[in-house]
Design a protein around this ligand. Structure first.
Ligand code: APR
Ligand code: ZN
Ligand code: ZN
Length: 361
């Protein structure tokens, strides 16, 4: 048995996305069909459509989603029909070397649904990050579903599935921001703004938001930034040093993904500070640093992969904080849109007009 639903696909490299009908099979062993309630528009969806991530067109886009479990396949016990779930793109195995060493966020044996969703003519679709949630319903592995408080708004909850978790996790999990720390976040788009919110949750005393767009700095203030720096107007490294008594910040989070901003992050940290790279670089980007500058400082340089999150641990906790009014997930939702407005949302994203556009069903 399959059912037909509406969905957004990228058929060929660079072509605008299309809203089409797709066939979703009943869940097989270990699989779940989710009735999608909301799915955010992320840069990665645009990267799939533009080419560069993979050549396996057509893609079924969308991967920042929350929904309600419709049906479950054989052997699925962690979730049941009717559960409200946030989807994740790293269903961990629990058995590989990383999982067994207590670092499941580095699992190298993550998995997705085995069956394929298809176009009506039988063409297999490749779901973005193994999710594909710009669709009324989607098929995922049970491990990609985390049950959370059903009273949370789906638009806000779905954002935890990717960019917002990456940012919060970069601060809390990777950067280990602690009470009283000074933190600087370079780049305050969706990911950086979430790093600001995460630093605030962790009790940082000083949170310096850096961006080149005053609109982003205003949002960062709403989420807990105590200081803002427009990097178009002043040298951000000097500004951060000045704001931290000449020392630099205890934790500097780079959320742009460029060599210049990574260099700034490196020099804006305290001698014993931590630099966290969460911005995604492209393969040709390199950075040269004087070794003596690396040697002359303690601390650490880290990268954050999906916020080093463990969905089953982090999603329910963050939804609880949201429900208690301690984490403003709604601030990330700039607009809610219909399924056939994804292409328009890509344009607004490119113009820097939105933190997140979210498709609601
Ligand atoms: N200095 C400071 N901020 C900058 C600079 C700069 N030189 N250049 C760009 N920015 C700001 C932009 O104004 C924007 O607010 O960085 C922000 C980038 O945010 P988005 O484009 O919204 O991207 P986001 O979704 O936040 O992701 C940021 O993290 O996960 C990765 O792939 C993602 O590399 C991307 C990064
Ligand atoms: Zn594993
Ligand atoms: Zn994403």
């Amino acid at each position: 048995m399959t059912q037909e639903v509406r969905a957004v696909i990228a058929r060929a490299e660079g072509a605008p996305v299309e809203t089409v009908t797709i066939a979703v099979p009943d869940p097989g062993p270990g699989e779940v069909v989710v009735d999608v309630r909301a799915c955010g528009v992320c840069h990665t969806d645009l990267h799939y459509r533009q080419g560069g991530i993979s050549d396996d067109f057509p893609f079924l886009l969308g991967h920042e989603a929350a929904g309600v479990v419709e049906s479950v396949g054989e052997g699925v016990t962690d979730v049941a029909p009717g559960d409200f779930v946030v989807l994740n793109w790293r269903a961990v195995c629990g058995r590989c070397r990383s999982c067994l060493r207590g670092r499941p966020w580095y699992c190298f044996s993550t998995h997705n649904a085995t069956q394929k969703m298809r176009l009506p003519d039988g063409t297999e679709l490749t779901p973005a990050l193994g999710i594909g949630a710009f669709a009324e319903k989607t098929l995922v592995a049970a491990g990609q579903c985390t049950k959370v408080d059903p009273d949370a708004s789906p638009a806000a909850a779905g954002l935890l599935g990717c960019g917002v978790m990456a940012g919060i996790g970069a601060a809390v999990n990777t950067g280990q921001v602690g009470r009283g720390d000074s933190v600087a976040v370079i780049g305050c788009g969706g990911v950086g703004a979430a790093a600001v919110a995460g630093s605030s949750l962790a009790g940082a005393a000083k949170i310096i938001a850096v961006d080149i767009d005053d609109r982003k700095l205003a949002t960062a203030r709403k989420l807990g930034a105590t200081h803002t720096v427009n990097a178009k107007e002043v040298d951000p490294v000097e500004a951060i040093r000045e704001m931290t008594g000449g020392f630099g910040a205890d934790v500097v989070i780079e959320a742009v993904g460029r060599p210049e901003t990574y260099r700034q992050a490196f020099y804006a940290r305290d001698l014993a500070g931590t630099v966290v790279l969460v911005g995604v670089a492209t393969p040709e980007m390199t950075l040269e640093l004087p070794l003596l500058d690396v040697f002359g400082r303690g601390g650490s340089l880290k990268s954050s992969w999906y916020g080093d999150c463990l969905p089953s641990r982090d999603f329910p906790m963050l939804i609880d904080l949201y429900r208690q009014g301690r984490l403003d997930l709604d601030a990330f939702v700039t607009e809610t849109i219909a399924l056939d407005e994804v292409e328009k949302a890509f344009e607004r994203m490119r113009d820097g007009d939105v933190l997140r556009s979210v498709v609601v069903f």
